[in-house]
Design a protein around this ligand. Structure first.
Ligand code: PGA
Length: 264
Protein backbone atom coordinates (compact mmCIF):
# COMPACT_ATOMS: atom_id res chain seq x y z
CA UNK A 1 0.00 0.00 0.00
CA UNK A 2 2.21 2.80 -1.21
CA UNK A 3 -0.14 4.99 -3.15
CA UNK A 4 -0.33 4.99 -6.89
CA UNK A 5 2.07 7.13 -8.81
CA UNK A 6 -0.50 8.69 -11.06
CA UNK A 7 -1.80 12.22 -10.70
CA UNK A 8 1.46 13.93 -9.90
CA UNK A 9 1.20 17.37 -8.39
CA UNK A 10 3.52 20.33 -7.92
CA UNK A 11 2.19 23.17 -5.78
CA UNK A 12 3.96 26.52 -6.11
CA UNK A 13 3.46 28.49 -2.90
CA UNK A 14 4.65 32.02 -3.64
CA UNK A 15 3.97 33.21 -0.08
CA UNK A 16 4.51 37.00 0.15
CA UNK A 17 7.77 36.93 -1.81
CA UNK A 18 6.87 38.83 -4.99
CA UNK A 19 5.24 42.16 -5.83
CA UNK A 20 1.96 42.19 -7.76
CA UNK A 21 3.94 42.97 -10.90
CA UNK A 22 6.41 40.22 -10.06
CA UNK A 23 3.61 37.66 -9.73
CA UNK A 24 2.06 38.62 -13.06
CA UNK A 25 5.47 38.48 -14.72
CA UNK A 26 6.15 35.08 -13.18
CA UNK A 27 2.79 33.85 -14.50
CA UNK A 28 3.69 35.09 -18.00
CA UNK A 29 7.04 33.33 -17.79
CA UNK A 30 5.34 30.10 -16.67
CA UNK A 31 2.97 30.35 -19.62
CA UNK A 32 5.86 30.73 -22.06
CA UNK A 33 8.12 28.15 -20.47
CA UNK A 34 5.39 25.52 -20.26
CA UNK A 35 4.82 25.63 -24.03
CA UNK A 36 5.85 22.42 -25.71
CA UNK A 37 5.75 20.43 -22.50
CA UNK A 38 3.13 17.82 -22.26
CA UNK A 39 3.00 16.82 -18.64
CA UNK A 40 0.67 13.92 -19.09
CA UNK A 41 0.81 12.85 -15.47
CA UNK A 42 1.42 16.02 -13.55
CA UNK A 43 -0.43 19.20 -12.75
CA UNK A 44 1.12 22.46 -11.60
CA UNK A 45 -0.88 24.52 -9.11
CA UNK A 46 0.27 28.13 -8.77
CA UNK A 47 -0.68 29.88 -5.52
CA UNK A 48 -0.20 33.66 -5.74
CA UNK A 49 -1.18 36.25 -3.13
CA UNK A 50 -4.86 37.25 -2.97
CA UNK A 51 -4.57 40.57 -4.89
CA UNK A 52 -2.93 38.80 -7.84
CA UNK A 53 -5.29 35.81 -7.99
CA UNK A 54 -7.42 37.20 -10.78
CA UNK A 55 -4.54 38.47 -12.92
CA UNK A 56 -2.53 35.26 -12.53
CA UNK A 57 -5.63 33.14 -13.22
CA UNK A 58 -6.26 35.11 -16.43
CA UNK A 59 -2.66 34.83 -17.51
CA UNK A 60 -2.64 31.04 -17.07
CA UNK A 61 -6.22 30.34 -18.13
CA UNK A 62 -5.24 28.67 -21.38
CA UNK A 63 -2.42 26.54 -20.02
CA UNK A 64 -4.02 23.14 -19.58
CA UNK A 65 -1.67 21.63 -17.03
CA UNK A 66 -1.61 24.70 -14.79
CA UNK A 67 -4.33 25.58 -12.27
CA UNK A 68 -4.63 28.24 -9.59
CA UNK A 69 -4.74 27.93 -5.83
CA UNK A 70 -5.04 30.27 -2.86
CA UNK A 71 -2.46 30.17 -0.07
CA UNK A 72 -5.03 30.30 2.69
CA UNK A 73 -8.69 31.07 3.34
CA UNK A 74 -10.88 31.90 6.33
CA UNK A 75 -13.10 29.15 7.70
CA UNK A 76 -16.28 31.26 7.93
CA UNK A 77 -18.49 31.91 4.89
CA UNK A 78 -19.07 35.59 5.59
CA UNK A 79 -19.25 38.13 8.36
CA UNK A 80 -17.42 40.80 10.34
CA UNK A 81 -13.89 39.51 9.83
CA UNK A 82 -11.82 42.57 8.92
CA UNK A 83 -8.98 41.72 6.58
CA UNK A 84 -10.03 38.12 6.04
CA UNK A 85 -11.04 36.42 2.79
CA UNK A 86 -13.77 33.79 2.44
CA UNK A 87 -14.04 30.69 0.27
CA UNK A 88 -16.91 32.31 -1.55
CA UNK A 89 -14.61 35.19 -2.52
CA UNK A 90 -11.79 33.04 -3.89
CA UNK A 91 -14.09 30.52 -5.58
CA UNK A 92 -14.31 32.32 -8.97
CA UNK A 93 -10.53 32.21 -9.37
CA UNK A 94 -9.19 29.01 -7.84
CA UNK A 95 -9.52 25.25 -8.10
CA UNK A 96 -7.21 24.57 -5.14
CA UNK A 97 -6.44 26.04 -1.73
CA UNK A 98 -3.65 25.43 0.80
CA UNK A 99 -5.06 24.90 4.31
CA UNK A 100 -3.20 24.74 7.59
CA UNK A 101 0.21 25.86 6.38
CA UNK A 102 2.52 26.02 9.42
CA UNK A 103 3.12 29.74 8.85
CA UNK A 104 -0.64 30.36 9.18
CA UNK A 105 -0.94 28.00 12.15
CA UNK A 106 1.80 29.97 13.91
CA UNK A 107 0.51 33.40 12.94
CA UNK A 108 -3.18 32.92 13.67
CA UNK A 109 -3.32 29.99 16.08
CA UNK A 110 -5.26 27.98 13.50
CA UNK A 111 -5.93 24.54 14.99
CA UNK A 112 -6.48 21.09 13.48
CA UNK A 113 -10.24 21.32 13.91
CA UNK A 114 -10.47 24.60 11.97
CA UNK A 115 -8.18 23.17 9.30
CA UNK A 116 -10.46 20.14 8.89
CA UNK A 117 -13.64 22.25 8.83
CA UNK A 118 -12.16 24.57 6.22
CA UNK A 119 -11.13 21.57 4.11
CA UNK A 120 -14.72 20.27 4.20
CA UNK A 121 -16.12 23.68 3.19
CA UNK A 122 -13.66 24.00 0.34
CA UNK A 123 -14.79 20.63 -1.03
CA UNK A 124 -18.39 21.82 -0.85
CA UNK A 125 -17.35 24.71 -3.10
CA UNK A 126 -15.62 22.34 -5.53
CA UNK A 127 -12.15 23.49 -4.45
CA UNK A 128 -9.49 20.89 -3.64
CA UNK A 129 -7.94 21.44 -0.20
CA UNK A 130 -4.18 20.93 0.12
CA UNK A 131 -3.92 20.22 3.83
CA UNK A 132 -0.49 20.81 5.38
CA UNK A 133 0.71 19.07 8.50
CA UNK A 134 4.03 18.33 10.15
CA UNK A 135 6.02 18.62 13.33
CA UNK A 136 8.15 21.53 14.59
CA UNK A 137 11.88 21.29 15.32
CA UNK A 138 11.14 21.15 19.02
CA UNK A 139 8.63 18.31 18.63
CA UNK A 140 11.09 16.41 16.49
CA UNK A 141 13.86 16.90 19.04
CA UNK A 142 11.53 15.43 21.65
CA UNK A 143 10.91 12.42 19.40
CA UNK A 144 7.27 13.36 19.01
CA UNK A 145 7.01 13.35 15.20
CA UNK A 146 4.80 10.26 15.00
CA UNK A 147 2.56 11.42 17.82
CA UNK A 148 2.11 14.90 16.31
CA UNK A 149 1.41 13.91 12.71
CA UNK A 150 -0.84 11.04 13.81
CA UNK A 151 -2.86 13.48 15.92
CA UNK A 152 -3.10 15.99 13.06
CA UNK A 153 -4.19 13.33 10.59
CA UNK A 154 -6.77 11.82 12.94
CA UNK A 155 -8.28 15.25 13.60
CA UNK A 156 -8.64 15.73 9.86
CA UNK A 157 -10.27 12.34 9.43
CA UNK A 158 -12.72 13.07 12.24
CA UNK A 159 -14.41 15.56 9.89
CA UNK A 160 -14.15 13.46 6.73
CA UNK A 161 -16.12 10.73 5.04
CA UNK A 162 -14.52 8.33 2.58
CA UNK A 163 -16.01 10.36 -0.27
CA UNK A 164 -14.72 13.66 1.06
CA UNK A 165 -11.30 12.23 1.74
CA UNK A 166 -11.01 11.23 -1.91
CA UNK A 167 -10.91 14.97 -2.68
CA UNK A 168 -8.19 15.95 -0.21
CA UNK A 169 -4.48 16.34 -0.92
CA UNK A 170 -2.25 15.96 2.14
CA UNK A 171 1.17 17.60 2.36
CA UNK A 172 3.67 16.42 4.91
CA UNK A 173 5.78 19.46 5.57
CA UNK A 174 8.03 19.27 8.63
CA UNK A 175 8.13 22.85 9.91
CA UNK A 176 11.88 22.67 10.56
CA UNK A 177 12.53 21.71 6.92
CA UNK A 178 10.99 24.86 5.41
CA UNK A 179 13.71 26.97 3.81
CA UNK A 180 12.67 30.13 5.70
CA UNK A 181 13.50 28.28 8.93
CA UNK A 182 17.07 27.74 7.73
CA UNK A 183 17.27 23.97 8.14
CA UNK A 184 20.77 22.77 9.10
CA UNK A 185 20.33 19.51 7.23
CA UNK A 186 17.78 18.66 4.59
CA UNK A 187 15.40 15.88 5.57
CA UNK A 188 16.26 12.35 4.60
CA UNK A 189 13.92 11.35 1.72
CA UNK A 190 13.40 7.80 3.03
CA UNK A 191 12.57 9.17 6.47
CA UNK A 192 10.01 11.57 4.93
CA UNK A 193 8.46 8.80 2.84
CA UNK A 194 8.17 6.68 5.99
CA UNK A 195 6.10 9.35 7.71
CA UNK A 196 3.97 9.75 4.58
CA UNK A 197 3.34 6.01 4.60
CA UNK A 198 2.18 6.32 8.19
CA UNK A 199 -0.39 8.92 7.02
CA UNK A 200 -1.71 6.44 4.47
CA UNK A 201 -1.92 3.74 7.11
CA UNK A 202 -4.07 6.01 9.28
CA UNK A 203 -6.40 6.60 6.32
CA UNK A 204 -6.46 2.90 5.57
CA UNK A 205 -7.50 2.05 9.13
CA UNK A 206 -10.41 4.51 8.85
CA UNK A 207 -11.56 4.24 5.25
CA UNK A 208 -9.84 1.16 3.82
CA UNK A 209 -6.90 0.42 1.55
CA UNK A 210 -8.34 1.84 -1.62
CA UNK A 211 -8.95 5.27 -0.08
CA UNK A 212 -5.45 5.25 1.38
CA UNK A 213 -3.86 4.33 -1.92
CA UNK A 214 -5.83 6.87 -3.88
CA UNK A 215 -4.95 9.75 -1.57
CA UNK A 216 -2.39 12.15 -2.97
CA UNK A 217 0.42 12.85 -0.54
CA UNK A 218 3.01 15.55 -1.20
CA UNK A 219 6.28 16.39 0.48
CA UNK A 220 7.13 20.02 1.31
CA UNK A 221 10.23 21.71 2.74
CA UNK A 222 13.24 23.19 0.90
CA UNK A 223 12.40 21.43 -2.36
CA UNK A 224 14.54 22.61 -5.28
CA UNK A 225 15.44 21.46 -8.76
CA UNK A 226 18.57 19.80 -7.33
CA UNK A 227 16.79 17.63 -4.74
CA UNK A 228 13.21 17.11 -5.95
CA UNK A 229 13.94 13.75 -7.59
CA UNK A 230 15.29 12.35 -4.31
CA UNK A 231 11.94 12.95 -2.63
CA UNK A 232 9.62 12.05 -5.48
CA UNK A 233 11.33 8.79 -6.35
CA UNK A 234 10.47 7.44 -2.91
CA UNK A 235 7.43 5.12 -2.97
CA UNK A 236 4.09 6.74 -2.29
CA UNK A 237 5.17 10.34 -2.95
CA UNK A 238 2.80 12.02 -5.43
CA UNK A 239 4.58 15.34 -5.71
CA UNK A 240 5.84 18.37 -3.87
CA UNK A 241 4.82 21.69 -2.39
CA UNK A 242 7.51 24.25 -3.22
CA UNK A 243 7.95 27.67 -1.62
CA UNK A 244 11.07 29.69 -2.28
CA UNK A 245 12.25 27.84 -5.42
CA UNK A 246 8.80 28.18 -7.00
CA UNK A 247 9.17 31.96 -7.38
CA UNK A 248 11.77 31.32 -10.10
CA UNK A 249 9.78 30.23 -13.17
CA UNK A 250 12.62 28.34 -14.86
CA UNK A 251 13.38 26.34 -11.77
CA UNK A 252 9.69 25.68 -11.19
CA UNK A 253 9.18 24.33 -14.71
CA UNK A 254 12.26 22.13 -14.30
CA UNK A 255 10.80 20.77 -11.04
CA UNK A 256 7.53 19.93 -12.83
CA UNK A 257 9.51 18.21 -15.63
CA UNK A 258 11.41 16.11 -13.11
CA UNK A 259 8.27 15.16 -11.16
CA UNK A 260 6.41 14.28 -14.35
CA UNK A 261 9.29 12.04 -15.41
CA UNK A 262 9.10 10.12 -12.15
CA UNK A 263 5.33 9.69 -12.14
CA UNK A 264 4.28 6.74 -14.26
P1 PGA B 1 10.19 26.16 0.99
O1 PGA B 1 8.71 26.45 1.48
O2 PGA B 1 10.11 25.33 -0.26
O3 PGA B 1 10.77 27.53 0.74
O4 PGA B 1 10.87 25.43 2.09
C1 PGA B 1 7.75 25.45 1.48
C2 PGA B 1 6.52 25.97 2.16
O5 PGA B 1 6.62 26.48 3.28
O6 PGA B 1 5.43 25.90 1.62
Amino acid sequence: MLGNKKNGLVVANWKMELSHKGEVEAAKAIKNLSKGHNWGNTKLVVCPSYPSLMAVAQELAKVDEVEIGAQNVHSEDKGAWTGEVSINQIAPFVQWCIVGHSEQRKLTGLNDEQVAQTAVRLIQYGITPIVCLGETAEQRAQDKTIEIVTGQMKQLLAFMTRMLMAKVVVTYEPVWAISANNPMDLPDPADMAGTMLLLRKIVSAEFGNEAAERMRVLYGGSVKESNVAEYVKEPGVNGVLVGSASTQPRQLIEIVNLVDGLIE
